[in-house]
Design a protein around this ligand. Structure first.
Ligand code: 4AD
Length: 456
């Protein structure tokens, strides 16, 4: 009752407060500011002191309330995730005290914008269901307010920028291809189909074929867009919708292609870590992160088959993988985790790869294809040189049982000025799962889409 009678008022004799985001706090120290955000943490000390860590998405700011400011009814009933505005001066903390960015806002006035529920409905109770991960995906809109979930999303944003800056530095042009398509590229079993004015169309699995058509008109190109795969399996690294970083380059060799991928992965890591704020988030999530050593190891598929035998990595039935068989996720992971560093797995047999891959000149059984495997995740990049010869392309369609008619525009590329070219696709969420040491790609995107989940 007594608290209810306390009415806080802003002192009109104080200098007007400048409205800032927490990201601008350092440069606005020692001036009166106004900051709005969500109550991230709070702690009361005795009757006369209250510490609030305010979060505005751009950062965290410790706020210190004293005396009357923490006697009001709002102060006594303040709940986590309530929105408030605080006014006052940010000053550096003396040595020995710690707070985000080593400073604190001494509040001279504050107001509640909206109070989040307390008691049984309190925010922390909502998220207390850690037992069942599916509940946490139902509550992902709240989970992303957490320090680690939001850190991953912030790094993701920075990594996207690093990819764009990297490609710009190499003179690649960004394109934005359509997502609704009438051709399959990476196998019919993972296609999502939908009705399109009475016709059946698919959600794209890759922009690759469209990127290839841009070479003669735009030169080397890239895209960062969504790809869709109707994956039937529940795994830590498969999403139904993922962000696909793809590039295509003309007049290159297979070696150039491998170099390009290695250079990109290292440069994107460097660019991302160059921002101290982002670097801090990377190490917050992955304290043991170590920069990559070049060159990456290269291993031919046929030698990988031998590696699996030598290390007694078998199929479920105890038999060994043989040349010509796909190396699934589990043995691939077992191998890469044993090796413990990035590996370019090269020259896969044509039969287990897509129709468009160029065969090796010295061994017609295998293709100029390469996957980049990273420890803890496995494959993060799929790359290949593409068929340049019209006849070989037509054979490729045939081998994969593809009716060539709807691919006329792709076939035309081999008629009107063909060239040696190649490219790659990198799964952004897998790259992040590696960089940030996340257990699953599901924690590396905003609202993951996977088997039986399309919400929120
Ligand atoms: O190896 P993939 O299927 O290659 C292609 O789609 C090529 N057409 C790309 C190109 O050359 N332009 O897929 C490329 C990468 C994989 O290495 C993986 O990182 C990611 O895409 N990826 C997935 N990521 C998450 N969930 C899935 N279901 C994925 N399928 C592929």
């Amino acid at each position: 009752e007594e608290a209810k009678s306390i009415v806080l008022k802003e002192d009109p004799s104080l200098p007007p407060a400048k409205k800032i985001k927490i990201s601008q706090a350092i440069e606005n120290r020692d001036h009166r500011v106004k900051v709005s955000g969500w109550v991230h943490r709070q702690r009361t000390q005795g009757k006369d002191m209250k510490f609030i860590v305010l979060r505005d998405g751009a950062g965290y700011l410790q706020c210190f309330l004293s005396g009357r400011l923490c006697h009001s009814y709002d102060a006594l009933t303040l709940t986590l995730e309530s929105t408030i505005s605080v006014y006052g001066i940010i000053s550096e903390l003396p040595e020995g005290k710690t707070a985000p960015d080593n400073h604190e806002l001494r509040v001279d006035y504050w107001e509640v914008i909206h109070k989040a529920p307390g008691g049984d409905d309190a925010f922390t109770n909502q998220l207390n269901s850690e037992a069942d991960p599916s509940v946490l995906y139902d509550l992902r809109h709240l989970v992303i307010r957490g320090e680690n979930a939001s850190a991953a999303l912030k790094v993701r944003s920075s990594v996207l920028k690093s990819f764009r800056d990297h490609f710009a530095s190499k003179d690649l042009t960004e394109i934005t291809p359509p997502s609704m398509v009438q051709t399959q590229v990476e196998g019919g079993s993972t296609l999502f189909s939908l009705q399109y004015y009475g016709e059946m169309v698919y959600l794209t699995q890759t922009a690759q074929l469209y990127l290839e058509t841009c070479l003669p008109s735009l030169g080397d190109v890239y895209t960062i867009s969504e790809s869709f795969r109707a994956e039937k399996s529940h795994t830590r690294r498969h999403l139904s919708e993922y962000t696909h970083v793809e590039a295509e380059m003309a007049f290159i060799t297979f070696d150039d292609l491998i170099e390009t991928v290695e250079d990109m992965v290292c440069d994107v890591v460097d660019r991302t870590l160059a921002d101290p704020k982002i670097s801090q988030l990377v190490y917050q999530l992955n304290p043991n992160f170590k920069k990559l050593e070049r060159p990456f190891m290269r291993l031919d598929y046929k030698d990988a088959i031998q590696y699996l035998k030598d290390h007694n990595i078998t199929k479920d039935d105890g038999t060994f993988y043989e040349f010509g068989e796909d190396i699934p996720e589990a043995p691939e992971r077992a191998m890469i985790d044993k090796i413990g560093k990035p590996v370019f797995l090269c020259r896969f047999p044509a039969e287990i790869k897509a129709f468009y891959m160029k065969k090796c000149v010295d061994d017609r059984r295998v293709t100029e294809s390469v996957d980049l495997l990273m420890p803890t995740v496995g494959e993060i990049v799929g790359a290949s040189m593409r068929i340049t010869d019209l006849e070989e392309l037509l054979e490729g369609y045939k081998r994969e049982g593809i009716e060539p008619t709807p691919y006329y525009w792709y076939t035309d590329q081999r008629k009107f000025g063909t060239c040696e070219h190649g490219g790659f696709g990198l799964g952004l969420e897998r790259f992040l799962a590696w960089l940030l040491n996340r257990k699953t790609v599901r924690d590396c995107c905003l609202y993951p889409r996977f088997t039986e989940r399309c919400a929120p």
